[in-house]
Design a protein around this ligand. Sequence first.
Ligand code: FES
Length: 250
Amino acid sequence: MTIAPNIPEEISPSTDTLLTSETDQEFNWRNCWYPVTFIQDLPTKRPYSFSLYDEPLVLFRNKDGKLICLADLCPHRAAKLSDGQIIDGKIECLYHGWQFGSQGECLHIPQLPADAKIPAKACVKSFLVVEKQGIVWMWAGEANVADEKLIPTVADLDNPTVVSSDYMIDLPYDQTYFIENAIDPSHLYISHEATLNSRQQAQPLEMEVIETSARGIRGRYRKTRQQTENWMQLNFIAPNLITYRGATAS
Ligand code: FES
């Protein structure tokens, strides 16, 4: 499948110029969208736990069916909220039964007298989540600076004539290692020999960075053994989308 993601303009593949623009922008990993899971894989009646850079998080649906994302850490005695249950759209900690709402606010403490006020500190941090193209996306920063237009949608996923294959794999390391692996085409001919390539195809690759900024890299590469090899476009949209687009004319 070829894909054409909705990526930020400065790294979109809209020009053939080979000029490289370096910037000194700093990358803020918090102010980014992260794909969490396919919506079809979400359990309907229990919490869904995941982590982002080792920060434990939990997803669940509130009474209105809206997806809620909270830190997966009870402020009482640090139990994982994802081990609890959903009751009337609130998530209930399995340890002492504190219940939390859509903003992470504590709504019920069974051990408190009926006339006692719930302490304001008894809350958990909440994060913005959005459903787009069958994927749950989480904004890791403050919700008031989230911009849904920055979600790197892939136009072909909305095309009914395109067949796509969705899968998810749990790996014993965070996404940064996987990104480094997936953006490295030189390993394909060896470590994916059985499925994708032949090791006889391992050879020097010509690589060009067309554009680079804190928001990603646009580049291309081609094999060099024969002079007629076509370019493959290879784009990285920070922090987590990589696209390969096949066989452009040399
Ligand atoms: S640890 Fe969660 S309610 Fe006590």
